[in-house]
Every structure is written in C-alpha cells, then in structure tokens.
Design a binder for this molecule. Structure first.
Ligand code: HEM
Length: 134
C-alpha cells in the first residue's frame, strides 16, 4: 500500500467521459467532457496522510483506518475499482515471503534514484543478494 501510495503506477489511469452535466464544487463539467484525475494529488496531500512524502508502511496499521475512501487510489476507487486488488496483494506477499525465505539480506546502494517516465523506473543498480544459510 505504502509503495503504491508514494509511487503509484496507476496515477494517470483515471480517465472518464462525463455522461451527464455535473459540477465539481463550482466548476461545471459538461456532458461529453473528458476528465482526467490524478491520484498522486490525494496520495501526497497532508490533508489525507501525515508526513505524506515519508515512506512509512506502518502508517497502514492503524493511522489510516479512518481515511476518506478516495484518499488512496492505488487500485482505483468506487464501482470501477480494481477487481484484481486482492490477487495482486496476495501475489506480492507470496513473492516477498519466498524472497525472505531464500535470502538473508540484500544490499543496495544507499540512495536509489527513481525516474518518472510513463511509469516509475529505477536506474540500474548492482545489488548483492546474500543466500540464507539455513
Ligand atoms: C499491483 C497490481 C495492480 C494495480 C496497481 C492495479 C490497479 C488498477 C486500477 C487503478 C484500476 C482502476 C482503473 C480506473 O479506474 O480506470 C484497476 C482496474 C482493474 N484491474 Fe487492476 N491493478 C492491479 C492488478 C490487477 C490484477 C492482478 C487483475 C486481474 C487479475 C486486475 C484487473 C483489473 C480489472 C479487470 C480492472 C477494471 C475494473 C472495471 O473497470 O470495472 N488488476 N486496476
């Protein structure tokens, strides 16, 4: 959750065409208008997350229990949100568990630079994987 909050791969996905005339606060959205929302604005807002730019996975243990349902949009929101969310989360946990079982630790350079293109990319880094001795 915390990784996709800070580095949301789905940030640019939320494109909709208004099927009726609407208002967002005072802004009129005419029928047929293409509306493109960015989730990152909600993810980086201090109104939603304390110290929003800090990577703090433990914030999801309790602090985020009362979140506005659209504060986190890593898997979308509302009726068209991701149907594969639980499968994706489960697969990630299984991959992580397998990794931790096989390797004692891995070493990476202290600073990793992420580049934002269409998606996020890390520059290639040499990482050392130390196999579990047990
Ligand atoms: C980390 C992995 C994933 C991320 C970050 C992700 C993210 C998203 C997001 C943000 C949406 C909403 C798009 C929108 O509102 O326009 C979405 C929709 C969807 N996702 Fe995922 N997804 C992931 C994995 C999966 C997997 C594993 C499946 C299928 C097994 C899946 C199937 C779908 C489908 C079918 C929709 C469209 C739902 C609809 O329009 O009613 N996703 N996903």
């Amino acid at each position: 959750m915390e990784t996709t909050r800070l580095f949301d791969v789905a940030n640019g996905l939320f494109i909709r065409i208004a099927t009726d005339d609407h208002y967002i606060k005072d802004a009129p959205i005419k029928k047929g208008t293409l509306a493109w929302a960015q989730s990152i604005g909600n993810h980086y807002s201090a109104k939603n997350f304390k110290d929003p730019l800090e990577f703090r996975p433990e914030r999801w243990e309790k602090e985020c229990d009362e979140l506005n349902p659209y504060a986190y949009m890593g898997f979308g929101g509302g009726p068209r949100s991701c149907i594969g969310k639980h499968l994706a989360m489960l697969s990630t946990k299984i991959a992580l568990v397998n990794f931790v079982r096989r390797y004692e630790r891995f070493e990476v350079p202290e600073e990793i630079t992420l580049i934002t293109n269409f998606l996020y990319e890390a520059k290639p880094y040499a990482a050392t994987f130390v196999k579990n001795s047990k």
